[in-house]
Design a protein around this ligand. Structure first.
Ligand code: ARG
Length: 482
């Protein structure tokens, strides 16, 4: 998918202006568009990339008109052959620069007429650019969503692979970015995969929503010819046909839900990125990013900067922006098609493009990162086991509230003495509560703490193994066809 790549800016495209550029609707106009309006009006530099969908939709429409008895078999055949020549011509063009038309639909029709003469003018019978563009865009959207799903799945799998590889490293789990309780590093990594699995579930729903045929809705009131829309849908690979022609030409809800999905994924990637920035800092040193995903400094020879993560974090801004922008475009639109809707494509193309760049980079970054076991283990303070100490007392019948108080007091004793919680003697422990026994020392083993949390979703080996299986299961369901 190369949405905006290669397109020139509308202002700089220098398109020659003549009446041919507006041949689609020029009949009731005498003069041309004002120069400034020409620039504002032109969407070709953005919708250029919809040409394959426009040709595909047009071929299906010509067959639909033929089946409805509006086009003769011969006309339909000439139009079909002409459209395939148009496709070859478009394929050979580097881009829209220099073309005078306002949009891709006009380019395709002009070229068709150039190829086969006036009979090409029959193609637009019963159709409007309103149902046409909605169809083109949904066709594109379905492919784009498919591609996004593939890239996101690849990232989830890479995170899961890295998690498996690092299941036996115990690291601090954080709350408020303070050491909280020990967790397996694999558990931390998987915590960054689950949000993406939810995003995949969302994308599956977006794909279903996008999978509705607009063609046949006309400009606003439907098509006066007896075109079989179910057959059109089947031919174009749409699962359903839209039910209300007015809604159909103005419905861009799927784009909002796609933009929301992209923004949500952007936020999730940004959070993962932030973990990587933090954990790869010299202060933490938990993570070492692959050299191919870091950059040096032009000034400071020692630097190895986590640019992959910073850029990912930064890109989430535009993903959120595109969502808010599109919602704002839609808010307050009156009934039917309105030209404001043309803004939909730039937002969606940009969000899709952005994710298609960010996702593979993050997949590579995750795949090549290594965890520094010794730095991580060095960081494990036994103060983090204060909850386990309280739980020890709970197992001996002490009410948790009291046990919490006792453990808190012991943390205080250790801190005042500049010692680790694990360095307190049994006498010191017993001074706080008589229920402590010699076996309390086992509490100060982070691995034992991890192993004690065997509930579903917890940190014990068995629970983690089950989590890997659950992830596979839920992922499979999320990437199944909708
Ligand atoms: N470029 C328009 C869009 O993206 C499609 C054409 C409809 N234009 C019109 N004047 N009715 O929505």
């Amino acid at each position: 998918m190369t949405a905006l790549a290669g397109s020139s800016s509308p202002v700089g495209s220098g398109a020659p202006r003549d009446r041919a550029a507006h041949a689609l609707w020029g009949g009731r106009f005498e003069g041309g568009l004002a120069d400034e309006m020409e620039v504002l009006n032109r969407s070709l530099d953005v919708d250029w990339l919809l040409w394959p969908q426009d040709v595909r939709g047009s071929r299906a429409w010509a067959r639909g008109l033929e089946r409805a008895g509006i086009l003769s078999r011969d006309d339909a055949r000439r139009i079909d052959a002409g459209l395939s020549k148009v496709a070859s011509r478009l394929e050979a063009l580097p881009g829209p620069a220099g073309l005078p038309e306002e949009d891709i639909h006009t380019v395709v029709e002009r070229m068709l007429i150039e190829e086969i003469g006036p009979v090409g003018g029959k193609l637009h019978t019963g159709r409007s650019r309103n149902d046409q563009v909605a169809t083109d865009f949904r066709l594109w959207g379905k492919d784009a969503i498919g591609e996004l799903r593939d890239r996101m799945t690849a990232l989830v799998r890479e995170i899961a692979r890295k998690a498996r590889e690092n299941s036996d490293i115990v690291m601090p789990g954080f709350t408020h970015l303070q050491q909280a309780q020990p967790v397996p590093a694999g558990h931390w990594l998987l915590s960054r995969a689950w949000p993406l699995v939810r995003d995949l579930e969302h994308l599956r729903a977006v794909l279903r929503e996008c999978d509705v045929l607009p063609l046949g809705a006309g400009a606003v009131a439907g098509c006066p010819f007896n075109v079989d829309r179910e057959a059109l849908a089947a031919e174009l690979g749409f699962g359903r046909v839209s039910e209300n022609s007015i809604d159909t030409v103005s419905d861009r809800d799927w784009t909002v839900r796609l933009l929301f999905g992209a923004a949500m994924t952007g936020v999730h990637l940004s959070q993962l990125a932030e973990d990587l920035v933090l954990f790869s800092s010299s202060e933490f040193g938990f993570v070492r990013l692959g050299e191919g995903y870091t950059t040096g400094s032009s000034l400071m020879p020692q630097k190895r900067n986590p640019d992959v993560a910073e850029l990912t974090r930064g890109k989430s801004g535009r993903l959120v922006g595109n969502l808010v922008g599109m919602l704002t475009v839609l808010k307050g639109l009156p009934t039917g098609y309105n030209r404001d809707l043309q803004e939909d494509k730039e937002a969606v193309f940009d969000s899709v493009d952005t994710l298609l760049v960010v996702l593979p980079a993050m997949t590579g970054a995750v795949g090549t990162l290594t965890l520094d076991r010794s730095r991580i283990e060095e960081a494990l303070g036994t103060q983090m086991l204060a909850t386990d100490l309280a739980d020890y007392l709970v197992r001996r019948g002490v009410p948790f509230r009291q046990a919490h108080h006792v453990a808190g007091a012991l943390v205080r004793v250790a801190e005042d003495a500049g010692r680790e919680l694990s360095q307190l003697t049994l006498e010191e422990l017993n001074a706080a509560h008589p229920a402590f026994d010699g076996d309390v020392l086992a509490v100060f083993e982070p691995a034992a703490s991890v192993e004690s949390r065997a509930v579903r979703g917890g940190t014990a080996k068995g629970a983690l193994g089950a989590q890997f299986e659950a992830l596979d299961r839920v992922l499979e369901a999320a990437i199944a066809s909708p």
